[in-house]
Design a binder for this molecule. Structure first.
Ligand code: NAP
Length: 262
C-alpha cells in the first residue's frame, strides 16, 4: 500500500514553517498526501503551501496557531472540520540549553506547553477518528536527549522523554486498531533550532533534515522508534547498554556545559 492508502488522504504537520516539520511536509507531499500546515509564521506556511501545491498537485491548508496558547485548537479545528486527518506529525518544539537557574518558570511552562501539552491535545483529538476508520498514524518528534537526564537542558530532555514513553505505550494500544505510532529521536540536525549554538564545541556533526525524515517515514508502521544516523544510534546504544543512567547524565553534562553561554 502507498501512504495515501495506508493512512488516508490528509496529514497534519506541526512546526511546518521550518526544519524537520517543513521537511516532513515536503516528503509527505511528494508521497501524494494533502497537508494541513501548522505553525505561527503564516507567511512561511503560505509560501510552502503554494510550493507543494504547484510541485506535487496536493491540496494544502494553513492553520496559523501558537501551540503555547491554551485555546490553540480554536485555530486548527475550523481548518480541519470537513476533512479526516490520517497522519499527525507532532514536530513543533522549542529547546533551551541554559543554566537551570537562568530559566524562568514561565520559560519552562512554555516548553512543556509546546513540547508536551500540544502533542497530547492533538493526538487525543485525532486518534479516536483514526481508530474509528481503522487506519492512521501519529509521529512524535522527540530527541536522543529523551533517553537520559540531560544537564543544562533538563526540562527539554524531560519533555522528549515524555514523547518517547507516550509513543511506545500508544503504539502497543493503537497498532492492533490500525494506527501506527512512532517516535523519531534525532540527534543534532541542521535547523533553526541550532542557530546561535556553537556546534564546534559539540562532539557530533549535525545531520541534514532530509535523511532524518526519510528514515522515519521508511520505518513508520515497521518500528516504534527511529533514531537517525549511525552516530546517534551508537550513542543511545552506549548509554543504554554500557553505562548506568548516572554515567550517561555525567557524560551529557560535560558535553552540554561546553555549549552553555556564561
Ligand atoms: N534540530 C535539532 O538538532 C533537533 C534535535 C532533536 C530533536 N529535535 C526536535 O525536532 C523538532 C523540530 O525542531 P527543528 O529542529 O525543526 O527546529 P526549528 O527549525 O526551530 O522548527 C521548530 C518549529 O516549531 C514551531 N514552533 C515553535 N514554537 C511554536 C509555537 N509556540 N506554536 C507553534 N509552532 C511553534 C516553529 O514554527 P513558528 O516559529 O513559525 O511557530 C517551527 O516550525 C522539535 O520537536 C525538536 O525538539 C530537533
Amino acid at each position: 500500500m502507498n501512504f495515501v492508502e495506508q493512512y488516508g488522504a490528509w496529514a497534519l504537520v506541526t512546526g511546518a514553517s521550518s526544519g524537520i516539520g517543513e521537511e516532513f511536509a515536503r516528503q509527505l507531499a511528494q508521497k501524494g498526501l494533502n497537508l494541513v500546515l501548522v505553525a505561527r509564521r503564516g507567511e512561511r506556511l503560505q509560501k510552502l503551501s503554494g510550493e507543494l501545491n504547484g510541485k506535487h498537485g496536493v491540496e494544502t491548508r494553513v492553520a496559523v496557531a501558537d501551540l503555547s496558547a491554551a485555546d490553540f485548537m480554536s485555530q486548527i479545528d475550523p481548518v480541519i472540520k470537513d476533512i479526516s486527518i490520517g497522519l499527525l506529525v507532532n514536530s513543533a518544539g522549542i529547546m533551551y540549553i541554559n543554566n537551570y537557574l537562568d530559566m524562568s518558570a514561565a520559560d519552562e511552562l512554555r516548553l512543556i506547553d509546546i513540547n508536551v501539552k500540544a502533542p497530547a491535545i492533538l493526538s487525543r483529538r485525532l486518534a479516536p477518528e483514526m481508530v474509528n476508520r481503522g487506519r492512521g498514524g501519529i509521529i512524535f518528534v522527540a530527541s536522543i536527549l529523551g533517553y537520559m537526564g540531560t544537564p543544562y537542558s533538563a526540562a527539554y530532555a524531560a519533555t522528549k522523554a515524555y514523547e518517547i514513553a507516550v509513543a511506545e505505550g500508544l503504539n502497543f494500544e493503537l497498532k492492533p486498531r490500525g494506527v501506527d505510532v512512532m517516535v523519531l529521536c534525532p540527534g543534532p540536525t541542521k535547523t533553526e533550532m541550532l542557530n546561535g549554538m556553537d556546534m564546534e564545541k559539540m562532539p557530533m556533526k549535525p545531520m541534514e533534515p532530509a535523511p532524518v525524515v526519510a528514515g522515519a517515514l521508511a520505518d513508520l508502521g515497521k518500528k516504534v522508534r527511529h533514531i537517525p544516523g549511525s552516530v546517534n544510534k551508537m550513542m543511545v546504544w552506549m548509554n543504554k547498554r554500557l553505562m548506568s543512567r548516572d554515567m550517561a547524565t555525567t557524560m551529557m553534562g560535560r558535553t552540554m556545559k561546553a555549549s552553555v553561554r556564561t
